[in-house]
Design a protein around this ligand. Structure first.
Ligand SMILES: C[S@@+](CC[C@H](N)C(=O)[O-])C[C@H]1O[C@@H](n2cnc3c(N)ncnc32)[C@H](O)[C@@H]1O
Length: 421
């Protein structure tokens, strides 16, 4: 029988689990926080400790608050929503400090976190499954593929949550029994951009109901994707994002920052860090979230690996006014980073890679003499690894800003500002 332990939670792990000890071995207990006394059932022993599930809270921490969501505990998102606001903010800082500490950064200035409010998430990917009883639509359970049928989502914009119930009714008529689908939604400046990915070609009736759905709910665009084939079922308006006055038309399922508030905080930090520096390279620029605000004051080289994103950025740059020169560059920065020699002409470099980080590009930056580097990252661990490479190359990490666009989850963005000594 699995071992039951009564323990006091003393700290938090990097994934937001409460941590206590048993015979000097760390015990990780999800859905707990420092100050809780809990009974936990040990499920697994790993190299770094015992992994358990919460059986009972014997005595709660005073910092607990009532979770805002009816699906708390079942749904895999928002596992920290029982933290009160102050404790949550402290944990966000702590999360950054923990990752930095693992790479030898002990005395870094970590700024006041910018935490996006409730109901601000503007892009979501919902899982759907057709069952005998109807369509289950929502998010996966924690560490499982089971879908939790959600009726509410307090972190998501109401324009998107309003579509949850109508989507179920729509998909009941289209999906075959046991068929799974993923619904990607992004709220753009011209309305909701939706892409439904399912292993089924559309017949006429399905196409008509999708088109009616797009009209009824005033979607900007609705694409159906079957095994990589993209079918533009209803393009009612071009989905656009506004970056510092430039209107960029979104290719389907493009990357946009998860909240407007998060995007604003990141943009402010990036543009401020580049103030007073001349020519800027914006690496992993995507659709130009930072390129356009930077190009109000700087000549910008915008480098990106996804051709569709760079084409959208280029098209917007070609028809927009009030910006300094923007030089688009299609480049795989993992395999062909800008070299230290190529970087010589830049006064500042901004890089914002995917979760894996930017090892190859950072190795070149570390050899360069670029006076200012701004690292934006959605993974505190790869951020800290890349920051170590820059520090070993003679860069000083001046400050780190935590930007939290995934309220009540351990996901965190960081903006690090570096100067060459
Ligand atoms: C986190 S997003 C950031 C995009 C943009 N800076 C923004 O804030 O919207 C990372 C970007 O890196 C791009 N990317 C991924 N792998 C790449 C590679 N090997 N070379 C160049 N760009 C890549 C993605 O297409 C994506 O646009």
């Amino acid at each position: 029988m699995a071992e039951l332990l009564d323990i006091e939670i003393m700290s938090l792990g990097a994934q937001g689990d409460g941590v206590g000890t048993h015979n000097d071995t760390p015990v990780f207990v999800p859905f707990t926080m420092p100050g809780d006394k809990v009974r936990a059932k040990v499920n697994e022993s790993r190299r770094n400790g015992l992994y358990s599930e919460l059986v009972e809270i014997l005595s709660p921490s005073a910092e607990r608050q009532t979770p805002a969501c009816a699906h708390f505990g079942a749904c895999g998102g928002c596992q920290l929503q029982f933290f009160d606001d102050g404790t949550y903010k402290a944990w966000v800082r702590e999360r950054a400090l923990m990752a930095l500490g693992q790479h030898g950064f002990e005395d870094v200035t970590v700024l006041e976190p910018a935490i996006s409010p409730k109901a601000s998430r503007r892009r979501v990917a919902l899982k759907a499954l057709r069952t005998a009883a109807g369509v289950v639509l929502g998010f996966n359970e924690r560490q499982s593929h089971t879908i939790i049928d959600v009726s509410m989502c307090p972190v998501t914009r109401s324009e998107l949550t309003a579509l949850f119930a109508p989507l179920r009714a729509l998909l009941v008529a289209i999906l075959d029994q046991r068929m799974a689908a993923t619904v990607h939604m992004a709220l753009t400046a011209s309305g909701v951009d939706m892409l439904i990915d399912a292993p089924k070609a559309l017949d006429l009736a399905a196409r008509e109901s999708l088109s009616e759905f797009a009209n009824e709910h005033d979607l900007a665009a609705l694409h159906w994707q079957e095994q990589g084939f993209l079918d533009p079922v209803a393009i009612r308006r071009e989905p656009v994002m506004d970056f510092a006055g430039a209107r960029v038309v979104l290719p389907p399922a493009s990357f946009v920052q998860a909240t407007e508030e998060g995007e604003a905080a990141l943009t402010r930090a990036v543009t401020k860090a580049c103030e007073g520096f001349g020519r800027v390279a914006d690496l992993f620029c995507g659709l130009g979230t930072f390129t356009f605000p930077l190009a109000r004051n700087h000549q910008v080289l915008a480098a990106e690996g996804a051709k569709s994103s760079l084409d959208a950025l280029t098209a917007a740059a070609n028809i927009s006014s009030g910006f300094k020169q923007i030089i688009p560059r299609h480049r795989d920065l993992f395999r062909r980073p800008l070299t230290a020699a190529e970087l010589k002409i830049f006064d500042a470099v901004v890089f914002d890679p995917p979760r894996a980080g930017a090892s190859a590009q950072v190795a070149e930056l570390a050899k360069s003499e670029v006076p200012r580097i701004v690292a934006v990252s959605c993974n505190p661990n790869t951020f800290s690894r890349d920051a170590r490479t820059l520090a070993d190359g003679g860069y000083v990490l001046e400050s780190v800003l935590p930007v939290d666009q995934f309220l009540w989850s351990p996901h965190l963005e960081l903006v690090g500002v570096f100067s060459k000594i």
